[in-house]
Design a protein around this ligand. Structure first.
Ligand code: ABN
Length: 175
């Protein structure tokens, strides 16, 4: 038994001496130095903290001045197909259709001058649905019991033909 312990002592001592030989004080000091300098310098490196890499690419802002887009400022209470996409214009019905005799209104903020405008929306009647540029915005829009500010009905009701094609937006005045 005694011999076995002696042998274990020698074995362990030899192992530890080997480790001490390979990893001497100098090498330990060197490694410590690298860790210390690295730890001090790393936080000083420039980091991108904006989160721009993680975020989705920024979407272009909708243009409030493009009448062929639903984001156009006058369309704030619009419901229908944009006549600008249907052969008409912002204020003119396409050929072969007539402006509705009755209409609804909205009050929209013009971002160019910061003023609120009263806008009259006229459905264009006499042809089937245009089908282009469907647009439905409901700023200050109200249910049918406030008929004049209700956009979710066919306003061709009083025309000779009740067929709805598209909708125009006409400025009535400053609100
Ligand atoms: N005011 C546009 C519209 C027409 C038909 C049906 C719903 C809405």
């Amino acid at each position: 038994m005694r011999r076995l312990f002696d042998w274990m002592d020698r074995f362990t001592e030899r192992g530890l001496r080997g480790v001490a030989h390979r990893h001497g004080r100098r090498s330990l000091l060197g490694k410590l130095g690298v860790a210390l300098v690295g730890g001090a310098v790393l936080p000083m490196l420039p980091f991108d903290r904006s989160g721009a890499f993680a975020a989705e690419p920024a979407k272009p802002k909708p243009d409030p001045n493009d009448p062929s887009k639903c984001e156009y400022w006058r369309y704030c209470a619009f419901d229908g197909y944009l006549c600008t996409c249907c052969g008409g214009s912002l204020t003119q019905c396409p050929p072969g259709t007539d402006a509705s005799k009755v209409s609804w209104v909205g009050t929209c903020l013009n971002p160019n001058d910061g003023r609120q405008y009263l806008v009259s929306y006229h459905d264009c009647c006499g042809k089937g649905s245009c089908g282009n540029c469907l647009c439905n915005n409901n700023e200050r829009e109200r249910p049918g019991y406030r008929l004049g500010v209700h956009n979710d009905i066919n306003w061709c009701m009083a025309n000779a033909s009740n067929m709805f094609h598209c909708t125009t937006s006409i400025i009535v005045g400053v609100a």
